[in-house]
Design a protein around this ligand. Structure first.
Ligand SMILES: C[S@@+](CC[C@H](N)C(=O)[O-])C[C@H]1O[C@@H](n2cnc3c(N)ncnc32)[C@H](O)[C@@H]1O
Length: 347
């Protein structure tokens, strides 16, 4: 087992602004209501002048600015308020910042209202939880406007997280050696898109549920790589999978399934490979409470804590189904991730 990637990627600096509950709510409000954009245009700017530009109420703005200052988002100078250099350095990752705030905001009521069930009654928690209802894949088949709305809502979170997690994966695994990729549970196609962008020779098939594929096709369509990404709709547990791939990937997919189904998915994936082909699993490892406690940004992952398995489960099954050499690397992201790679017929 190789340990790699000790230095966290720079996009994770967004988390420094998302540790506290109120601090993250204040930042979300500042992003949504134009405070951050107005500061970017006018800084340094007097509080009174900022309130005039925003057309808002001074007392509320002052409290918001105090909260932003306590969270190192803004600082006071003799000339007025301005964004801190450290906050400006994470603004290129604004999509991630906003998605993490919105995802954790959705998770927060589940924690506040159902914490005893999270601890003692997993089935009851899943029934009561808003997040589990949002991620209900039963709504990904019938193309009603409401189902499409719900599917788009959770796909925004998976897509933005994957945009950045794909970069961390590309940094530790060379994908140039592959020609045909099947991404099972490949969602909006964002993982395939990032891999295709990095590897001009790669062609990808994204296999996912019908509405997810419909939203995914729209998502990749504007990209220059769209012609190399095809979507196939179905259930990977029961429908025929396309074949002849030298790489099959499962990114943050297998943890959704009980052990028997996760094993079945791996076995079916192995049948989609050409001789010498590779299965790659990219997943969060078991949830560990950080020494400083659980920050606001990790609330969604806390809710899913029962799902994340150690890589040994996947390693063992891959060996059992004929992959002689299985390799695992750990990535030091906001939580530990692992990359399990297994090649048919050995290395
Ligand atoms: C947790 S999401 C992960 C998505 C994406 N790979 C990522 O890393 O963000 C799990 C994905 O599996 C898909 N999925 C669920 N059931 C499936 C099935 N039976 N067959 C294929 N895909 C499925 C979901 O629609 C979703 O896109």
């Amino acid at each position: 087992m190789k340990a790699v990637s000790r230095t966290p990627p720079s996009y994770l600096q967004v988390d420094a602004f998302l540790t506290g509950f109120v601090a993250a709510c204040a930042l979300g409000t500042a992003l949504r209501t134009g405070v951050i954009d107005t500061l970017l245009r006018l800084q340094p700017v007097a509080r009174k002048s900022l309130a005039d530009h925003l057309g808002g109420e001074q007392d509320g703005l002052d409290l918001l600015l105090d909260l932003l200052a306590a969270n190192s988002v803004v600082q006071e100078t003799p000339a007025g308020v301005e964004l801190t250099p450290s906050f400006q350095s994470v603004l290129p990752y604004r999509d991630l910042l906003e998605a993490k705030i919105d995802f954790a905001t959705l998770a927060a009521p589940d924690i506040l209202e159902h914490f005893p069930a999270l601890i003692n009654d997993p089935a009851g928690f899943q029934r009561a939880s808003r997040i589990f209802r949002l991620f209900n894949y039963q709504h990904c088949f019938d193309p009603t406007p409401e189902n499409l709305r719900r599917t788009r809502a959770w796909m925004r979170f998976t897509t933005v997280l994957t945009r950045y997690e794909a970069q961390a994966c590309l940094a530790v695994h060379s994908f140039d050696r592959y020609g045909r990729l099947l991404d099972i549970g490949g969602n909006s196609g964002e993982f395939a898109l990032q891999l295709c962008r990095a590897c001009p020779r790669l062609e990808a098939v994204v296999f996912d549920l019908p509405l997810v594929c419909a939203v995914g096709r729209e998502h990749v369509a504007p990209a220059p790589e769209a012609g190399r990404i095809r979507f196939v709709a179905g259930s990977a547990l029961t429908d025929p999978l396309p074949g002849d791939f030298d790489l099959v990937t499962f990114k943050s997919m297998l943890h959704d399934w009980p052990e028997a189904e996760a094993k079945r998915l791996l076995t079916r994936a192995s049948q989609a490979l050409t001789p010498g082909g590779t299965i790659l699993i990219y997943e969060r490892g078991p949830f560990r409470v950080p020494t400083a406690g659980v920050p606001f940004s990790l609330l969604p992952m806390l809710l899913f804590f029962r799902s994340f398995r150690p890589p040994s489960f996947y390693e063992e099954h891959l060996r059992n189904i004929g992959f002689p050499v299985v390799e695992t690397q750990w990535l030091n992201l906001e939580l530990p991730f692992f990359l399990v790679t297994a090649k048919l017929g050995g290395w």
